[in-house]
Design a protein around this ligand. Structure first.
Ligand SMILES: [Zn+2]
Length: 86
């Protein structure tokens, strides 16, 4: 009696873009409104969160887009750290 391991016939689904199930749907990563997407994962100890549209939003407002582009921080950092210029 041979016991054949179960094989899943379905192929694993790997999609490049995250499917948004929010309503209203989150703005896409190439939209200027991309920061309005809902965060789906937060890593506060690392200082970033993953938005629904695949954008990595850093706490200094910098962004890493799903296509690899980097958006520089566009909000001036809070002046709590006054670093003396060396
Ligand atoms: Zn969404």
């Amino acid at each position: 009696m041979e016991h054949t391991p179960r094989r899943s016939t379905g192929t694993p689904q790997r999609k490049n873009s995250t499917v948004c199930r929010h309503r209203p749907p989150c703005p896409p990563a190439d939209s200027p409104d991309r920061e309005a997407a809902r965060p789906v994962a937060r890593f506060p100890e690392q200082g970033w969160s993953l938005l629904c549209n695949g954008v990595l939003l850093f706490e200094d407002t910098g962004e890493l887009l799903p296509d690899g582009r980097i958006i520089a921080p566009h909000r001036p950092p809070a002046a709590e750290h006054v670093t003396a210029a060396a």
